[in-house]
Design a protein around this ligand. Sequence first.
Ligand code: TXA
Ligand code: MG
Length: 315
Amino acid sequence: MTARIVPFMPEMIALAVEVLGEGGLVAIPTETVYGLAADAANPAAVARIYEAKGRPRFNPLIAHVSSWEMAEQEAVFSAAARSCAEAFWPGPLTLVLPASRQGQVSDLARAGLDTLAVRWPGHLAARALVQALGRPVVAPSANRSGHVSPTRAEHVAADLGEAIDLIIDGGPCEVGMESTILGFEGDAPILLRPGGIATELIAEKLGRSIRIHSPADAINAPGQIKSHYAPKARLRLNATHPEEGEGYLAFGENHAGGLNLSPTGSLVEAASKLFAMLRALDVRYARIAVAPIPDQGLGEAINDRLKRAAFREIS
Ligand code: TXA
Ligand code: MG
């Protein structure tokens, strides 16, 4: 059976909470991408997420919270972590912190790690759902493993509709790209995954530089070695124009045709359209050429996604 798609309104949040309480899976809009939500404290429900996504078990999930109290019950905040959270929550920032012993998030959701990825999302539907459930909701991006992240309810329905119980339609996601993930080594923030908040902006707000994760770091960055950004088509990056038979993803002023991520050259607009346009080209072409994208601001995260897609890393 295909999951029911319902609009975001209070009665539907109540229905979603009922579904989650019974161990079901609900796709929810967040400001970044659609998430596939389960009750974080219910390992059977969490297992269904891995099953629905076809995701390797060792890839841990993000716990979504809706208050400081809930966040602090689940994870241990250093002073540095707290100031990051205060600057950007609610919003598209995920922090990897030591998991707290009183936490309710199941081991399975953490994939056995002693750290927990926590995020307080900005989207009202996601917040309302977590608040109504009264405990964290784990939610990976609501796509099958190896597919691009969904930024619209219809993407979720096409990819996972048969495997889940309910989809809340909150319209297109504003940011259109997953959250930025930061970990810490002592007080020093480390970038584990570039995402919806530009790294420079975080560095500026915190008044310190942010190191990019290296394999030598003690902290785990499974997010860096996995990829969900693999269209079926072959990608050719930094292409100023398409070759015969290629679909084209353009950026900025460009007369080479195809789809344009942002004719005005806005990286924010490009980020919000990236997955939807890749999807649209992927259904029509076996090969996609992508224009050069400047590697600053959100361009860093866009290029990260594109490189993973081009090299077809498997998740
Ligand atoms: O914007 C987002 O972050 C979306 C929305 C739904 O909130 N969620 C999302 O989740 O992108 P997911 O599961 O697709 O990506 C989370 C990444 C994974 O690559 C996972 O490996 C990493 O976060 N992660 C989770 N827990 C971790 C931990 N304890 N240490 C290091 N990486 C972790
Ligand atoms: Mg994902």
